[in-house]
Every structure is written in structure tokens, then in C-alpha cells.
Design a protein around this ligand. Structure first.
Ligand SMILES: [Zn+2]
Length: 287
């Protein structure tokens, strides 16, 4: 189940004589989450760390999900891992990555005026719903469900790419913070990893029927425009469990799943999550 496209062992020169190593599922890049595995951890050691200036939570199996937001600046990014041993001083592993720039494409989109220029009441309601969704992204801790990697929520045609600069009826909007997958109405949508249902939003103005799953440590996934929802807030769902069906509720031009993933509030490309990448590459090849 731990399907990594690429395992890069980072043998650190500073670690000569020490056993612990860092390995990553892919090099860190903008708008991407990659899995870190610390190997050869001495018995009883506790791990802490920082990545790109933020605290990095570790699982019991010494894994951590490193993320860079879609609008993070290119340049040098520091990973620091501390091993707190039961006896003796703590050991510190560091690695610096040079992160290249990422460019996103522009995507013109035309929608009916009533869906773009909102009445004040509708705008207030939509803002409240957005705030409710955003609040779930500040969740931390919780049961860990992400460390085995991720899977696609539905198979279909990738109809909207992550990061595209949307030009809505001629006006620039916020970048697209997820991936759109088009498939027939009613197609089952499954949990991309095990997690707790953090939000079940009914008929939201923009995102329609909306589910948010909490995979622990600030890793959350959102599923929008669902036709139906099969899970309740607080419920724990295993990876691959159907959570609803694909639809076109909310502001959608046709049946599709809008799917986004946050890692401690960093917006990351769902298609590039550990475990997803090979499936995405093969799906792209078929198009
Ligand atoms: Zn979308």
C-alpha cells in the first residue's frame, strides 16, 4: 500500500557514524506534499522537526508529510529533524533543498452573471460557508490516517488542474486550489486516506454538498459538488470507503468532483500526493 513513485535516500554527510537517515517520496516542490521517512531511528527516540519554518509532526512510524503551499516562494528550504534519545544529547539532522519556481497556467471560465455577481444575502451566506470550511483546516492532532499514502477519490477525466489562474468572465480570480475530476453523475467517491469526517456541508453556494475529512496532523481533504453524502461528522472512515457520489451541486458547470488537500493550511496539488502520482501519470497517458 506504500506506493512511492520514487524513493530518494538522502545520505547526509553530517551523519557519518550515526545510523538515522532521511528518505523522501519525491523532492520537495511548490504546491506539493511529500512523505518523509526517518529510518534507523534508535530505540526509544522521539522525533521533532521543522520544515520551511513550520513545526513538523511525526507519526509513530517516524513518517511526516512535508508540504509547500501553492504560492510558496522558490529558493532554499530547510528541513530539520531532531532525535531526542532517552539518554544523551539530542541528535539533529538537517537538509537544505533548492526549490525551483512553478508556473501555473491561466484558465478562462465563463459562468452566468447570477453565479458570479452575487446578491448581498447570497454573498454573506457564501462567506459564512467558506469560513466554516476554512475553520476545519485549522484542525491539528487527531488520529493519523495519512501515513500509508493516498489514493484517487474517483477515476475520471482531469478537467481542472491545480493552481490555474482562473479568469472568470474576464476578471482574474484566486488560483484553483484543487483538482477537478469529471465523471458520470452518481459515480461513488471514496476517501483518499483514512480519516474522520470533519465537515458535512449541505448545499453550499459554491461547493454544493461538501465533505471534509481529517487525516490527522493538519492533513485534510475536501470533496465538493457531491450529489449525495454517505457519512456523518465525527465518523471514522477507512481509506477507499465510499463517502458519497459525484454530482454537480453548488456552482458547477457539469458533474465533477472538486477535490483539494491541505497540509497544515498549505494548499497542495492532490494529483502529486504520495501514492497518487503513478495513477495520475497513467491516467494522463490514457487521455
Ligand atoms: Zn475545482
Amino acid at each position: 500500500m506504500f506506493r512511492y513513485a520514487l524513493l530518494i535516500a538522502l545520505l547526509l554527510p553530517s551523519l557519518k557514524g550515526m545510523a538515522a537517515d532521511l528518505s523522501l517520496s519525491a523532492p520537495p516542490s511548490i504546491g506539493t506534499a511529500v512523505m518523509l521517512q526517518v529510518t534507523e531511528v534508535p530505540d526509544g527516540a522521539r522525533l521533532t522537526g521543522h520544515f520551511h519554518g513550520k513545526p513538523l509532526p511525526f507519526t509513530a512510524n517516524h513518517r511526516a508529510l512535508l508540504a509547500l503551499d501553492m504560492e510558496a516562494k522558490p529558493g532554499s528550504v530547510l528541513l530539520q529533524v531532531e532525535l531526542h534519545l532517552p539518554q544523551g544529547p539530542k541528535e539533529v539532522l538537517t537538509k537544505t533543498f533548492l526549490v525551483p519556481p512553478r508556473t501555473y497556467r491561466e484558465e478562462p471560465l465563463t459562468l452566468p452573471k447570477t453565479q458570479v455577481e452575487l446578491e448581498p444575502e447570497t454573498a454573506a451566506r457564501a462567506a459564512q460557508e467558506t469560513a466554516t470550511i476554512t475553520a476545519t483546516y485549522s484542525r491539528r492532532g487527531g488520529r493519523v490516517g495519512y501515513e500509508e499514502g493516498f489514493q484517487l477519490p474517483v477515476t475520471g477525466r482531469f478537467s481542472g488542474v491545480f493552481g490555474s489562474r482562473r479568469i472568470l468572465n474576464g476578471k482574474p480570480r484566486k488560483p484553483h486550489n484543487g483538482t477537478d475530476i469529471a465523471a458520470p453523475q452518481g459515480t461513488p467517491v471514496v476517501a483518499i486516506a483514512s480519516g474522520e469526517v470533519a465537515l458535512r456541508g449541505e448545499e453550499y453556494f459554491f461547493t454544493g454538498n461538501t465533505l471534509v475529512l481529517d487525516h490527522g496532523d493538519g492533513v485534510l481533504s475536501l470533496y465538493a459538488h457531491l450529489e449525495s453524502m454517505a457519512v456523518q461528522p465525527g465518523e471514522w472512515v477507512a481509506a477507499g470507503t465510499p463517502i458519497g457520489t459525484l454530482g454537480k451541486t453548488g456552482r458547477a458547470t457539469g458533474p465533477h468532483l472538486h477535490w483539494s488537500v491541505m497540509v497544515r493550511q498549505d494548499r497542495v496539488d492532490p494529483q502529486l500526493l504520495p501514492g497518487i502520482l503513478p495513477a495520475t501519470a497513467s491516467a494522463a497517458a490514457l487521455q
